[in-house]
Design a protein around this ligand. Sequence first.
Ligand code: ADP
Ligand code: MG
Length: 252
Amino acid sequence: IKDKLARSERLAAVGQLVASVAHEVGTPLHSIAWHVEALAEEPGVTPAMQKRIGIIDEQLNRVVRIIQDLLSSTRQRKPEPTWYPAERLIEPVVALMEPGYHAKGVTLHTAVASALLVWADAEKIHQVLVNLLSNALAATGAGGHVTVAVTIRQASSEEMEGASCTGRPDLSTVVTLVVSDSGCGMPREDVERAFQPFFTTKAVGKGTGLGLFLSREAVSAHGGRLTLESEIGKGTTVTVVLPGLPSDSAVA
Ligand code: ADP
Ligand code: MG
């Protein structure tokens, strides 16, 4: 499963690259297409010129189709959230990560409030938690501690906004998944940069610089939020906020 996750992070990396190149190339292509069309209508265009314009137009359409195919084949699957028990969201990830923690002498604590439901696409949120726990492990030395805490609280008014546009349920409660470590922390200027695609301080081959970027994307696509606070020498805390409910709630 760990290999599978690493592979999907790499695939997502390729996808991001293709998507951003395709996006960049798209704008000039549209401009070319527009001008070719206008050129065909200019007065004094000879049949020979008309023929060449036709070829340019044909080939241009071909390039556009290739890019569209590339884009649709690499696009990230949209999350399909359901009401998912919080424990089942955390347990498999902890089971997966525990051996690595044990080997390094870092203690992994969990504090998951019981009987909570989270609005989550389990596969996607598993990947997010694996990213966060591997970052935490990488930042923490032997004897250090990492904690995963899951709790429910009232949503702030800001958090209640924008529910309709993401298909997220409109609720007054949210569940927070907090991963905190007692590791090295990050310099202030890295905290924002850390979310940029391909930003990494890890050695070549050790990091893709996509973990935080993709994790934030995935959480946002659920209508949630991912934030990071860090202090050099003290450690880092990442908070994932998702719509959540007590499992005895009538809404679910
Ligand atoms: P990667 O792990 O591949 O480097 P990420 O997007 O997951 O990419 O993280 C980007 C960078 O943010 C890391 O290289 C590291 O410098 C920093 N970072 C992320 N999480 C932590 C953490 N828990 N503690 C310290 N630094 C972190
Ligand atoms: Mg990472």
